[in-house]
Design a binder for this molecule. Structure first.
Ligand code: AMP
Length: 412
């Protein structure tokens, strides 16, 4: 009988988990509030339900031998209830720890990773105010709280809501007193104020652990625009020397692995970091496949989705090897037409060894054969908007120099 995987969340990550699960002959059920969620196109069974709808979540769990999540904001009390009854194999601890930026950074520090300097705000005698107390603050009190925190952290700094922020939402950069006045509006909810790291570059480490073995994917150098991931470049320049990974890269991956082990997490974990000189700072973590790991589908001998499924199904983990240099471009709403043009032109022979495959052909890339091409993944979202993630393109083999000279101009 087929093993049954349940996925909480039906976005593009769920879609790509389901594609990998099908390659391993598993039966997939996905739950999402939106009837046209991307993963529903691939899943064998669909449950339309809200992430706080306990009955719907229970139906998903009942229909599955093992459950995973690609959505991070399922309420904690519901998660605890589900964990007690069903096989949520990663457990809820990494999800719970990542749901609140304050808890997440305290936890990173406790387990050996260094975040940028941060403070909870509003706070009274260093004790963070609860949500109700924040909501009751007057505009003047909010500004006062922020002023005190900025006095301790210094400018420039970044104010972020502790929960429910993503892709730059719920964030304000503070470089001046005027910025502070605008940013103080965020303080109707609990926030965290961080020093602004003048980093050389950002990178991410994606790991999978089955509790015994731990693997990590080649580190990706990540370029964000307006708080949203734009490009991933692998191998990550700045983390290489002539012969492969440099000492800094090895320190980064060793620290991330040691963090994951120390926390006792199992399953998949992505950690985003800022690199400055020979130091690195923990930014955030996600206990699910990560946008900065999409390129592993074609650029690696095994993908982040496949290794998550190996973990879920109790199969041995496979150590990923880079096939060739890769670049991943996120396709946001404003780039969708350009991405469709790439597919329509079917640019076979556009450059040495460059072929275009639409998403139907992407399956081939899971075989781990030397990937070569321009792999366009469109997620099938029915509504496109600027800044909404609509797809991605992975270029293999591709150096950043080639990308910038041949491809970059096509996109907004
Ligand atoms: P986040 O949602 O916290 O990952 O923030 C989105 C992006 O904003 C990051 O990938 C960085 O490019 C930038 N950013 C966030 N926090 C900081 C910080 N403390 N210092 C410098 N840049 C930051």
């Amino acid at each position: 009988m087929k093993k049954r995987i349940g996925i909480i969340g039906g976005g593009q990550l769920g879609l790509m988990i389901a594609q990998a699960a099908h390659r391993l002959d598993a039966f997939v059920t996905a739950l999402d509030p939106s009837p046209d969620a991307p993963a529903f196109a691939e899943a064998d069974a669909r449950i339309v339900g809200a992430f706080d709808d306990l009955a719907a979540l229970e139906r998903l769990c009942e229909a599955s031998d093992v459950v995973t999540y690609e959505f991070e904001n399922v309420p904690g009390d519901i998660l605890r209830h589900l964990e007690g009854k069903y096989n949520i194999k990663q457990g809820i601890a990494p999800l719970f720890d990542s749901q609140d930026r304050l808890r997440e950074k305290d936890n990173a520090r406790m387990h050996g990773l260094e975040p940028p300097r941060y403070r909870a705000v509003p706070a009274m005698d260093d004790v963070p105010l609860e949500a109700e107390a924040c909501a009751a603050l007057t505009p003047q009190a909010r500004l006062l709280h922020l002023g005190m925190a900025v006095g301790k952290i210094g400018m420039p700094c970044v104010l972020k809501t502790r929960t429910l922020g993503y892709d730059g939402h719920g964030q304000a950069i503070i470089r001046s007193v005027e910025d502070m006045e605008k940013a103080a509006d965020l303080l109707t909810v609990p926030c965290i104020l961080e020093e602004m790291v003048d980093f050389d570059f950002e990178c991410s480490v994606i790991m999978v652990s089955d509790g015994k073995d731990i693997i990590h994917f080649p580190v990706s150098r990540n370029i964000h625009r307006e708080g949203i991931l734009d490009l991933c470049i692998v191998p990550a320049s700045g983390l290489q020397n002539g012969g492969g990974e440099n000492d800094l890269c090895r320190r980064i991956t060793a620290s991330c692995e040691s963090f994951m082990k120390s926390c006792g997490y199992r399953g998949i974990l992505a950690i985003e970091l800022f690199v400055k000189g020979d130091r690195f700072y923990f930014n955030e973590m996600a206990p699910r496949p990560h946008n900065s790991g999409h390129w592993t589908i074609e650029g690696c001998t095994t993908s982040q989705y496949m290794e998550l499924c190996h973990f879920l199904l109790g199969l041995p983990l496979k150590r990923p090897e880079l096939i060739s240099p890769a670049v991943m471009k996120n396709i946001l709403g404003q780039d969708l037409d350009a991405a469709k043009t790439v597919v329509a032109e079917s640019l076979v022979g556009a450059g040495p060894g460059i072929e275009v495959s639409a998403s139907e052909d992407v399956d081939n890339a899971f075989c781990g054969e030397a990937g070569k091409g321009v792999y366009v993944h469109l997620y099938g979202k029915t509504q496109s908007r600027p800044k909404r993630k609509m797809g991605h393109i992975t270029f293999v083999p591709m150096t950043p120099e080639q990308y910038y000279s041949v491809w970059a101009a096509r996109f907004v």
